[in-house]
Design a protein around this ligand. Structure first.
Ligand SMILES: Cc1cc2nc3c(=O)[nH]c(=O)nc-3n(C[C@H](O)[C@H](O)[C@H](O)COP(=O)(O)OP(=O)(O)OC[C@H]3O[C@@H](n4cnc5c(N)ncnc54)[C@H](O)[C@@H]3O)c2cc1C
Length: 368
């Protein structure tokens, strides 16, 4: 098996397939540990999926959250047990790379894939990746896990229903006591946008995300957010942006002998744009499906059964959030709203399960 991309999706797929006995190679254009624009917030589902692969290199455990609406109406809630773990992606992804090596995977770094192809979907068929130097790597199954905007999604013909841009600065603030174990979430004025402060020990990750069409306004939102927090004037360790794409319902998850996982497939939660849990889980599902007689059918069924329902619920929430961010802010102030938020962070509740409750469905219908 060949995997294009050595992020959480690709490495989870590789470990899964290799542990099941498949000879597996990962082709990664960068070199770990490498920087990746990401908040690095791990919800319980991510931690659960990662636990089968690595010991999570957590920088900070979070048990409190401060919420603001357009910078005002601030309140803080604390939970008796940890809600989130904060990781630095250089360290998290490198731990996955080491797990892949331990499982017997060949991890080829600085291996930039220019294009991929597939001969068909039959058991005798193959898929191939052409590297920038012309070398061709052929495999029984190829997993495309090259992130948002990669070459594998184009070859498969993935369709995206939502494109957002996330902007982040990593600010060097060593163990600030006011951020110990606490995150901040600010619901933004731009429709569907929000900002965050995630503490990582030696740094704070401050970011905003919203519709790609709001580009320049999002940049202004981040600048204003940093200033409001009194963090302007610090030279960022990193200052970067990245697109996130959510798949359309009918977007293919594979073609011939190619499967798409993680961001490459557009698998991420539409409201929060949380993607690590989707990358790990879809990577594991793709790694398993790669060993079956008909990988695309097996993988499509597995994703539809689990991840698709969570994404559909996230889309419904985003629709309401775009129009009524104040409603979400008020809901989180209530004991029931905070309990639901905490359960989701801890992985005990998913959006689709939350929306199965009649009162939640009725509330959503009222505001859609
Ligand atoms: C600003 C921002 C903040 C975020 N914060 C969070 C968060 O706090 N929590 C969360 O759960 N999610 C978050 N996400 C989403 C999360 O980062 C992604 O969903 C996740 O990284 C997807 O993992 P992946 O393995 O699919 O792709 P990636 O992590 O993008 O990995 C893809 C890999 O493929 C490699 N690659 C690309 N092209 C090629 C090529 N042609 N040849 C070889 N290799 C290639 C890349 O170098 C990379 O290593 C955030 C996203 C953004 C933009």
């Amino acid at each position: 098996m060949a995997v294009v991309g050595g992020g959480p999706a690709g490495l989870a797929a590789a470990v899964t397939a290799a542990r099941a006995g498949a000879r597996t190679v990962v082709l990664e254009r960068g070199q770990h540990p490498r920087y990746k624009t990401c908040g690095g917030g791990l919800i319980g589902i991510s931690r659960g999926a990662a636990a089968d692969l690595i010991s999570v290199p957590s920088r900070q455990s979070v048990d409190a959250a401060t919420f603001t609406l357009y910078g005002g109406r601030e309140f803080t809630r604390r939970h008796a047990e940890p809600l989130l773990q904060m990781v630095v992606r250089d360290e998290f992804d490198d731990a996955l790379r080491k797990a892949a090596l331990d499982a017997g995977v060949t991890v080829r770094e600085q291996a930039l894939v220019r294009s991929v192809d597939t001969s068909g979907g039959g058991s005798g068929d193959t898929a191939s990746a052409r590297l920038v130097d012309g070398e061709v790597v052929t495999a029984r199954v190829l997993i495309g896990a090259d992130g948002s905007g990669g070459v594998t999604a184009k070859r498969v013909g993935a369709k995206f229903a939502q494109v957002d841009v996330g902007l982040e600065v990593e600010l060097p603030v060593a163990d600030p006591p006011e951020w110990a174990g606490r995150i901040l979430i600010d619901w933004g004025r731009l429709p569907g946008s929000y900002g965050w402060v995630f503490p990582k020990g030696d740094r704070l990750t401050v970011g905003v995300i919203g519709d790609r069409a709001s580009g320049p306004a999002l940049k202004a939102y981040l600048a204003e957010f940093v200033t409001r927090l009194g963090l302007d004037g610090l030279e960022p360790l990193h200052d970067s942006g990245h697109l996130t794409r959510c798949r359309a319902d009918d977007s293919p998850l594979g073609a011939g002998r190619i499967l798409l996982a993680g961001d490459a497939a557009g698998l991420l939660e539409p409201w929060t744009r949380e993607g690590i849990s989707f990358a790990l889980r879809s990577g594991i599902l793709a790694g398993r499906a790669a060993l079956t007689v008909d990988p695309v059918t097996a993988y499509t069924a597995a994703v539809s059964e689990g991840l698709a329902a969570e994404m559909a619920a996230g889309r419904q929430l985003l629709d309401v959030f775009r129009k009524r961010p104040a409603l979400f802010h008020r809901a989180l102030r209530t004991p029931i709203g905070w309990r639901a938020f905490a359960s989701m962070c801890q992985g005990r509740l998913t959006f689709d399960r939350a929306l199965r409750h009649a009162p939640a469905r009725a509330a959503l219908r009222l505001f859609t």
